[in-house]
Design a protein around this ligand. Structure first.
Ligand code: ATP
Ligand code: MG
Length: 354
C-alpha cells in the first residue's frame, strides 16, 4: 500500500464544488491500485482574505511543505483584486516549491463540442509546457511621472540559463516519452535580448535530444496555427507569458474551459507540486451544483502521473472520458447532468477494488 498526504485547497466559488468529485475519484481509483490518500483541507481563499486580511496564514507554505502534492480548486472572487489571489497564494506556492513547469495537456475529447470539430479536431493531442517562475512576470520595473505627459512605465523580464534549460529539458524528455516533437514559442524578431537567448538555450537542449524533432515559431504565427492546424503540434514549450496565452488559447480550442487541467510541477519532486483546473471560481454559476468537475478530475490524473502511477491515471481519465462518450455531461458541454450526476457516472466506470 502506497500512502500519500495531499493538501486540498478548494478556494472559492466552484473550486469548492469540483474538488470533492476529484477527491472521490482519487479514492476510488486508488483502491484499485493499492494507493491510499490522506487529505488535509485548507480554507485558503478570498473569503479568508475578506475575513482575516490574508489568503493564507503567515506559515501557510510550511504547513504544506511536507505534503506529497497540493490539489487546488480555484481562487478569485468579485471585489477581491486578482493580484491579491495571485500574489497572496498561487505565486508564492509556485515559487517557494520551485514549480517551474506549468503543464497543460490539451485534447479534443469525444462528447466535447470543440469549435474545431470537423477540422481534424479529433487528432488534437498536445501539451503546453509553460515556464512558470521567471520570464515576463517579474516585479522589476516601475512607473514614473504619474499623470504627466511624460509618464512612462518600465517592465523588466528576467530569463536565466538555468531557468530556460530546465523547462526545455522537461519538454524534450516529455516529447521523448511521447515519441513526437517539440515546438518552441519565440519572438526573437521583435524582442531582441531575452528571446534570442531563449532560442539559443533551447537549441542547446535540443542538441542533447537528437531523437526529438524541433521546430520554433514566432508567437503570433504559432497562435494562428494553433487554431488552423492544432493537430500538427505535440509538445509546445514557451516562456511564462507566451505559455500562459497559448495554454488558454489551446484550452478554448479544445472545447470548454471546464475540462482543462493544469499541473504546476517541481519535476525533481523535492517539493510538492500543485494541480488545479484551468478555470476560475465561476461566480456566475457558483453554488448551483452545475459546475463541470472534469478539469479538477483530469488535474487529479496529472497528479497520479506525477506521483508515479500512470496506469491509475489512465484508468481515471478513461472513466471520465467514457462518461462523456456515453452522453453524460454537464451544461457547459451541452449536457443535462449536474456535478453530482456526472461524478456518479465517472465513479460507476471506475470499477470495484481489485
Ligand atoms: P478567473 O479570473 O478566476 O480565472 P474567470 O471569470 O476568468 O475567472 P472562470 O471563472 O473560469 O473565468 O469562468 C469563465 C466562464 O466559464 C464562466 O461563464 C463560467 O461559468 C464558465 N466555467 C468555468 N469553469 C466552469 C466549469 N468547471 N463548469 C462549467 N462552467 C464553467
Ligand atoms: Mg480569468
Amino acid at each position: 500500500m502506497t500512502r500519500y498526504r495531499i493538501a486540498l485547497v478548494p478556494g472559492d466559488g466552484i473550486g469548492t464544488e469540483v474538488l470533492p468529485p476529484a477527491e472521490a475519484a482519487l479514492e476510488a481509483v486508488g483502491r484499485r491500485h493499492g494507493i491510499e490518500f490522506a487529505f488535509d483541507a485548507f480554507d485558503w481563499s478570498c473569503q479568508r482574505y475578506l475575513a482575516e486580511g490574508a489568503m493564507m496564514p503567515a506559515d501557510g507554505l510550511d504547513r504544506i511543505r511536507g505534503h506529497d502534492a497540493v490539489l487546488l480548486g480555484a481562487v478569485g472572487w468579485p471585489g477581491v483584486p486578482d493580484h491579491v489571489s495571485l500574489w497572496g497564494l498561487l505565486i508564492p506556492i509556485r515559487r517557494e516549491f520551485q514549480q517551474y513547469v506549468n503543464l497543460r495537456p490539451v485534447r479534443v475529447l469525444e462528447g466535447v463540442p470543440s469549435p474545431l470539430r470537423g477540422a481534424g479536431a479529433g487528432d488534437v493531442d498536445l501539451v503546453v509546457v509553460r515556464e512558470n517562475v521567471e520570464g515576463e512576470y517579474s516585479e522589476i520595473g516601475g512607473r514614473m511621472g504619474r499623470g504627466t505627459a511624460e509618464e512612462l512605465a518600465v517592465q523588466e523580464s528576467v530569463f536565466t540559463r538555468r531557468g530556460i534549460t530546465r523547462v526545455a529539458e522537461y519538454a524534450y524528455a516529455l516529447a521523448e516519452d511521447r515519441g513526437r516533437h517539440v515546438t518552441s514559442a519565440t519572438k526573437s524578431n521583435g524582442i531582441v535580448h531575452t528571446m534570442p537567448f531563449w532560442d539559443e538555450v533551447v537549441a542547446e537542449v535540443a542538441a542533447r535530444h537528437p531523437g526529438v524533432r524541433s521546430d520554433k515559431e514566432h508567437i503570433d504565427a504559432l497562435a494562428a496555427k494553433l487554431v488552423l492546424a492544432p493537430g500538427r503540434f505535440d509538445v509546445i514549450v514557451g516562456s511564462n507569458l507566451f505559455g500562459d496565452i497559448l495554454s488558454d488559447l489551446a484550452a478554448a480550442v479544445a472545447g470548454s474551459i471546464g475540462v482543462a487541467p493544469a499541473g504546476n510541477l517541481n519535476p525533481e519532486r523535492e517539493f510538492p507540486s500543485m494541480f488545479e483546473p484551468v478555470h476560475g471560481s465561476a461566480p456566475d454559476i457558483a453554488g448551483q451544483g452545475r459546475a463541470n468537475p472534469l478539469g479538477a478530475i483530469w488535474s487529479a490524473v496529472l497528479m497520479l502521473d506525477h506521483l508515479g502511477h500512470p496506469e491509475a491515471g489512465a484508468e481515471l481519465l478513461a472513466a471520465a472520458t467514457g462518461a462523456l462518450a456515453d452522453g453524460v455531461s454537464t451544461a457547459d458541454l451541452g449536457g443535462t447532468a449536474d456535478t453530482a450526476g456526472y461524478t456518479r457516472a465517472v465513479l460507476d466506470r471506475i470499477g470495484p477494488p481489485r
